[in-house]
Write a protein that binds this ligand. Structure first.
Ligand SMILES: Cc1ncc(COP(=O)(O)O)c(C=O)c1O
Length: 285
């Protein structure tokens, strides 16, 4: 194990106990996850770096932890880690947080602590259709500017940025329902397959597979088949009027937080997953 990023002193106590009970000979490498009290300016439910969020150790308490456990034989501190949230669209929160981390690292090094890694977490946002995201170059330049001279290993944990746009869900229209004031396009994908819209009000682009459907457009709420009002993907989407039962639609950018957050709620099965490489199916689950 390269290192364990601890979330709290209590967790560190548990790790030390486990090391002792198992009579581990090697020291376990520990990095302290810092809560910098920075608002990532993302959705409330995926913000992790404010003081009111449950994550990390308040930055002002980090030094005390390093000092308290300095002589502990079972562990060895190697660095600081941070992760302030997900789907972050502006560079400024990263800058605020990283500046604080840099200061803390310098202060720890100056007091004689050995810092060999800084784990900057993930959080880089992607464009789901209408999002304006900072350029990745700004991110890399920021990291270079703030950490290169420290000559420590920089660890990054981007998740969504790497895989979010690599996946789509293909779903079938189950029924077209005319409501009193609305039309509903009921598809066979539900919130159990993709929970982001109901959990975070996130909007994924939805496009019909068949681009040849003729005629004008109409507004539809695109909904799943589950008995929850929140089983809805998007409201008032303009879709070709003549779309019909069994037509396919694509829900875009579902490569991150899609299948890994899926469930069997409502006794529904998981979606079949197919991995495609250069137009060939390479694995199917
Ligand atoms: C500690 C940590 N690192 C990295 C990530 C990945 O975040 P993202 O997919 O936004 O890059 C997460 C996501 O929850 C996380 O909790």
């Amino acid at each position: 194990i390269k290192q364990i990023n601890i979330e709290s002193e209590e967790e560190l106590d548990d790790i030390i106990k486990i090391c002792k009970v198992n009579k581990l000979k090697k020291k376990t490498k520990i990095s302290v996850r810092v809560n910098p009290d920075v608002d990532a300016e993302t959705h409330e439910k995926i913000s992790t770096g404010r003081s009111e969020d449950k994550f990390g150790v308040p930055i002002k308490k980090v030094r005390r932890i390093f000092e308290k456990y300095e002589s502990e034989k079972k562990i060895e501190f190697v660095g600081i880690s941070i992760h302030i949230g997900s789907q972050i669209q502006k560079i400024s929160p990263f800058k605020k947080a990283f500046v604080k981390v840099r200061k803390e690292i310098i202060s720890l090094i100056n007091s004689g602590h050995k810092i060999s890694t800084v784990d900057l977490g993930g959080g880089i946002g992607i464009d789901y259709g209408k999002d304006k995201i900072f350029q990745i170059k700004e991110y890399s330049e920021l990291i270079e500017k703030l950490f290169l001279d420290l000559k420590i290993e920089v660890i990054l944990e981007p998740g969504r940025f790497l895989v979010g746009s690599a996946g789509v869900i293909i779903s079938k229209v189950v029924r077209i329902k005319k409501g009193e004031n609305k039309n509903f396009l009921i598809i066979d994908c539900g919130m159990n397959n993709l929970i982001r819209p109901s959990l975070y009000n996130s909007i994924h682009k939805i496009i019909p597979v068949n681009k040849q459907i003729k005629g004008g457009l109409d507004k539809f709420d695109i909904v799943g088949p589950i008995c929850e009002t929140s089983d809805i993907f998007v409201k008032d989407l303009k879709v070709k009027k003549k779309i019909k039962k069994n037509d396919l639609v694509i829900i875009c950018s579902t490569g991150a937080y899609g299948s890994c957050m899926s469930s069997n709620y409502n006794l529904r099965g998981e979606a079949k997953e197919v991995f495609v490489k250069k137009n060939k199916v390479v694995t199917s689950i």
